[in-house]
Design a protein around this ligand. Structure first.
Ligand SMILES: Nc1ncnc2c1ncn2[C@@H]1O[C@H](COP(=O)(O)OP(=O)(O)O)[C@@H](O)[C@H]1O
Ligand SMILES: [Mg+2]
Length: 253
């Protein structure tokens, strides 16, 4: 299904504007299957915009405009039905968006949105998704309890399970640990590292240490430009650009 082996997304000369604001500039890169690609950079550098563009969440924003190509598998994302694209390219947001429903229904929610109704199918998939999100053991005896009874870290893994339940290929994470304590953060990071066996992961993080811990490759964005993209160990030991070096050393941002 892919044009060139080893490419999940192929992005060429991507530019994004919101009205007059030129938010991403000439970004070209590819995203490889089964990698964790970390995306780092100071606030307002365009990281979230980049992520939301990949599954067309920005399309409904007023004044959104883009040029360049984004090829997912072998098709420009504009040619996908947005719902189909979002099933294949799922997203997990910074704050866990638990719904006022049971633990079970929080995970089943996306599947129901996609028209799945069969009880047995739903419960099999809910279990599988909770297992994959490393939450099953903690919730298996209380699936009918409100999701709000879970801790922040558990709720974030619940959101990951909801995303996994619709069987995506790619998962986009936007600062998934920003509100979590170190122990919960470690659990979410463990889950991500295990998930890359079956999924492709793009991880936007404001925590450079997290990028270093879990990213196979790391991309550094600054003011809408992709400054540097390389294997994570290279970025953190021998960055090519002085601005990358300054950022990872905490000199700005
Ligand atoms: N929907 C939008 N409408 C107008 N401007 C936006 C919108 N989303 C993001 N921006 C602008 O795009 C720039 C990049 O933002 P963002 O992608 O959120 O950066 P980051 O995630 O790196 O902090 C900011 O200047 C922000 O104000
Ligand atoms: Mg952001």
């Amino acid at each position: 299904m892919v044009i060139s082996d080893g490419v999940k997304f192929d992005i060429r000369d991507l530019n994004i504007w919101f009205g007059p604001a030129h938010v991403l500039r000439q970004v070209s890169m590819s995203i490889r299957p089964n990698e964790i690609l970390s995306v780092i950079g100071p606030s307002n550098s365009g990281k979230t915009t980049f992520l939301r563009t990949l599954n067309r969440l920005n399309d409904t924003e007023r004044y959104f405009k883009r040029s360049g190509e984004i090829i997912f598998e072998d098709k420009e994302i504009r040619k996908f039905d947005p719902e189909v694209l979002r099933q294949k390219v799922g997203m997990v947001f910074a704050l866990p968006l638990s719904l006022p429903l049971s633990i079970f229904e929080n995970v089943a929610y996306g599947m129901r949105m996609h028209g799945k109704k069969n009880k047995k199918d739903l419960s099999n998939r809910v279990e599988k998704a909770l297992l994959e999100a490393y939450l099953w053991e903690e919730v298996k005896d209380r699936l009918s309890e409100s999701a709000f009874k879970l801790s922040g870290g558990q709720q974030q893994r619940l959101c990951i399970a909801r995303t996994l339940a619709v069987e995506p290929d790619v998962i986009l994470f936007d600062e998934p640990c920003s509100g979590l304590d170190p122990i919960s953060t470690a659990k979410v990071e463990d889950a991500m590292v295990k998930l890359k066996k079956d999924y492709t992961i793009v991880l936007v993080t404001n925590n450079v240490k997290q990028a270093a811990r879990v990213g196979d490759r790391t991309a550094f964005f600054l003011s809408g430009e992709l400054i540097e993209l390389n294997n994570t160990d290279k970025i953190f030991t021998v960055p090519k650009d002085k601005r990358t070096d300054d950022y990872i050393r905490g000199k700005f941002g």
